[in-house]
Design a protein around this ligand. Structure first.
Ligand code: FES
Length: 356
């Protein structure tokens, strides 16, 4: 008899319940709610009201968290009305002593997850994904222009703190748009930074009194914008016009951006329709060619767990038992057999069998 590979041996049904990670996780969490063999879990150390409708959560993750680069984000998952909900948030403070993470979250009056975040108290335990995302700028080699609006300031603060900490203090100009002074997120953090970093220039644009930032104003506030690497983060509309402006100037290559919302997918009116089956052969929903499976499942009233909706956090990962999908992020076709796929960036190319 051939020797059984160690992984296959460990998965053998004869070893149940010893190899049942779900059972082990429940057991561990009975002792300490942050302990897990597989999940990043974190304890809320405190929740601080930053300004109108904005709170910062200070979190201590368990040992499974692998760290982050300033500018990256992660998915926070919470039970909301009996259903797990996840959203992505930028880490709003540089990696620091004790491994404490900070997420700064704008609470929306009608947001289900926002309501759950508002109720979190010291000692509560939440689930996190690993950090991800390419919105990073480790060691700037020339001047930097930061263009942020609203919560878009959060990854910028983490980067600024990190540069200050490592004595990399480039010539930074930040133009930050918000409704008014009371709406300026993490202003105290900026004050502290400016105090120790004279080359850091901050230009707020208070939209309630001055109107929105436009190309003319941008050029007046940052006449040397073409000579600076530009970091952009904020609401989609704000980012779209700035990206278009940089394109027109032929400067797209020096613009790095972080999107908070998923891009909408264009689906052709004559797109083919495919069935998605559960492992027991039941048809559970259908999806059109070009339509992400997460969207299609939600349209059918299902609520798959998800986070970023952009293929980064991996929260929506699901086992495909059969069929072919197109991965929009990597522009590749899957095989037709068993494999893990991400529902938010996978679109069907045939009928599918999924372990939802
Ligand atoms: S929801 Fe984050 S990868 Fe799909």
């Amino acid at each position: 008899m051939l020797p059984m590979a160690p992984a296959m041996f460990w998965r053998s049904p004869w070893l149940k319940p010893l190899n049942d990670t779900t059972a082990w996780n429940s057991l561990l969490q009975g002792v300490n709610a942050t302990w897990s063999l597989t999940e990043v879990r974190a304890r809320v150390l405190r929740s601080v009201q930053e300004c109108r409708d904005v709170v910062s959560l200070y979190l201590k993750p368990n040992r499974l968290f692998k760290g982050f680069i300033p500018g990256q984000h992660l998915a926070l998952t919470l039970p909301c009305k009996g259903v797990l909900q996840s959203r992505s948030f930028s880490l709003s403070q540089a990696p620091g002593a004790g491994g404490v993470l900070r997420l700064t979250i704008k609470l929306k009056a009608d947001g289900v997850l926002s309501q759950a975040v508002a109720k979190l108290k010291r000692g509560a335990v939440v689930r996190l994904s690993q950090a991800g995302g390419a919105f990073t700028h480790a060691r700037p080699e020339r001047g930097v222009l930061m263009l942020s609006a609203g919560s878009g300031i959060t990854p910028m603060i983490a980067m600024l703190q990190d540069w200050a900490k490592h004595d990399t203090r480039p010539d930074v100009l930040m133009i930050h748009s918000c409704r008014d002074e009371a709406d300026w997120i993490l202003r105290e953090d900026l004050r502290t930074l400016v105090h120790q970093w004279p080359q850091l220039k901050i230009r707020p644009v208070f939209t309630a009194a001055e109107g929105r930032l436009d190309a003319e104003r941008l050029q007046a506030l940052a006449p040397d914008f073409a000579l600076r690497d530009t970091l952009l983060c904020g609401p989609e509309e704000f980012m779209e016009w700035i990206a278009a402006f940089y394109r027109k100037q032929g400067l797209s290559r020096q613009l790095k951006q972080e999107h908070f919302q998923a891009r909408r997918t264009e689906i052709r009116p004559d797109a083919a329709r495919y069935e998605v089956f559960a492992p027991d052969g039941r048809a559970v929903f259908h999806a059109l060619n070009g339509q992400p499976l997460l969207e299609a499942a939600e349209a059918a009233g299902l609520t798959p767990v998800h986070g970023c909706r952009r293929g980064i956090c991996k929260t929506c990962t699901c086992r495909k038992l059969g069929g072919t999908v197109h991965n929009q992020l990597t522009d590749t076709l899957s095989g037709s057999g068993e494999e893990w796929i991400q529902l938010c960036v996978s679109t069907p190319v045939s009928d599918l069998h999924l372990e939802l």
